[in-house]
Design a protein around this ligand. Structure first.
Ligand code: IPM
Ligand code: MN
Length: 370
């Protein structure tokens, strides 16, 4: 019972964004009543429709407006009538960068009753978190094209990281391992020997030190230097290609994975499909000392728009993550438990149109079981 009041900016966005966001807000309102805090939602119509109408992706004072809020809930960005890149760069990436949301937190968790394409894997095998660095790398946008349209045209896009960016992301990841586990209940993937040596969990650095010998050399050196401050965390290194293989074959080997922006983007889509698909994959763009933004990692799903068949659980789990980051961890856990009940006992599938319920009925089920 924190008694606090949170101001939440809601950017429902494009396609099915508004439908899933509506359910997330419904669940947030129910959870806040139950746990003794209040939320004041303010809606923003930023997205493809507004762009097509006005020619602007974001209002000039967007950042200033958002900074008056405690957190941001985002539905989806992407419109079939807008050229790819404009909205993604102009809204999503711009906000991540301007608000310095340098962590992209993407749990890969198989909920009970959810079908995974990984043969023989159960919820106890698929339960890890990917920390995707969210402020640098190939997404920095440094590069260019010269001699465009000629046979000699050259294109360069640089993977850029500075030590500070790498260190803050690694520290967050080591702290996350400590938050997930304790001496009393260490990560179950550890060996008896590890536990005897005082380890409580594991952080895997996912890189490509055999080829990207500058950028991932920086990551690797920083990783092992910072690891000395966390003797309770077992360290592990895995090249990105091998990471993809193990995520399919032995997902139980992972506890927390930390990686750069581009690799993180790619492996989290793989992770999402192993946990049952985009309908259930949640994410958060986090500035641990500032304003964060929570979004389901799936897109705007134009072909399902307006039909009431899209799965809102990814948005609902993102909202739970928002509560956890705001400090309402009991309410966050409560929502997660309710989602577990609903996937385990009610829903037929995570796929749009096959859930056995409509979008809003799934939201209602989560509310009923809080
Ligand atoms: C994601 C998306 C975005 C990204 C796109 C839409 C810019 O794929 O959130 O994973 O690449 O980060
Ligand atoms: Mn992506």
């Amino acid at each position: 019972m924190s008694g606090k009041n949170y101001k939440i900016a809601v950017i429902a966005g494009d396609g099915t964004g508004p439908e899933v966001t509506k359910e997330a807000v419904k669940v947030l309102e129910a959870a806040s009543k139950k746990h003794g805090f209040t939320m004041q939602m303010e809606n923003f119509d930023w997205g493809g429709e507004r762009y097509l109408r006005t020619g602007n992706v974001l209002p000039e004072d967007a950042e200033k407006t958002l900074r008056r809020h405690d957190s941001i809930l985002l539905g989806a960005i992407g419109h079939p009538d807008v050229k790819p890149g404009i909205l993604e760069k102009g809204i999503l990436l711009k906000l991540r960068f301007d608000l310095d949301q340098y962590i992209n937190l993407r749990p890969v968790k198989l909920y009970p009753g959810v079908e995974t394409p990984l043969a023989g894997k159960k919820p106890e095998h698929i339960d890890y978190v990917v920390v995707r660095e969210n402020s640098g790398g190939l997404y920095t946008g440094i590069g260019g094209i010269s001699m465009k349209g000629t046979p000699n045209e050259v294109a360069v896009q640089s993977m850029v990281y500075n030590r500070h960016q790498v260190e803050r992301c690694l520290r967050y990841s080591f702290d996350l391992v400590c938050k997930r586990h304790s001496q009393k209940s260490p990560w179950k993937g550890l060996s008896e020997k590890d536990v005897k040596e005082g380890k409580i969990g594991q952080l895997t650095l996912c890189g490509k030190t055999n080829v990207l010998t500058f950028v991932y050399d920086l990551w690797e050196r920083a990783f092992y230097e910072i690891a000395r401050e966390y003797p309770q965390v077992k360290t592990d290194y895995c090249h990105v290609d091998a990471t993809c293989m193990w995520m399919v074959k032995n997902p139980e080997w992972f506890d927390v994975i930390v990686t750069g922006n581009m690799f993180g983007d790619i492996i989290t889509d793989l992770g999402a499909i192993t946990q049952g698909g985009m309908g259930i994959a949640a994410g958060g763009n986090i500035n641990p000392h500032g304003l964060s933004m929570f979004e389901p990692i799936g897109g705007s799903a134009p072909k399902y728009t307006g039909l009431g068949v899209i799965n809102p659980l990814a948005a609902i789990c993102s909202a739970a993550m928002m509560l956890d980051v705001l400090g309402e961890d009991k309410a966050a856990k409560n929502i997660e438990k309710s989602v577990e009940f609903v996937t385990g006992n009610k829903m037929k599938s995570m796929a749009a149109g096959k859930m056995g319920y409509s979008t809003s009925q799934v939201g209602d089920l989560v509310v009923e079981n809080l």
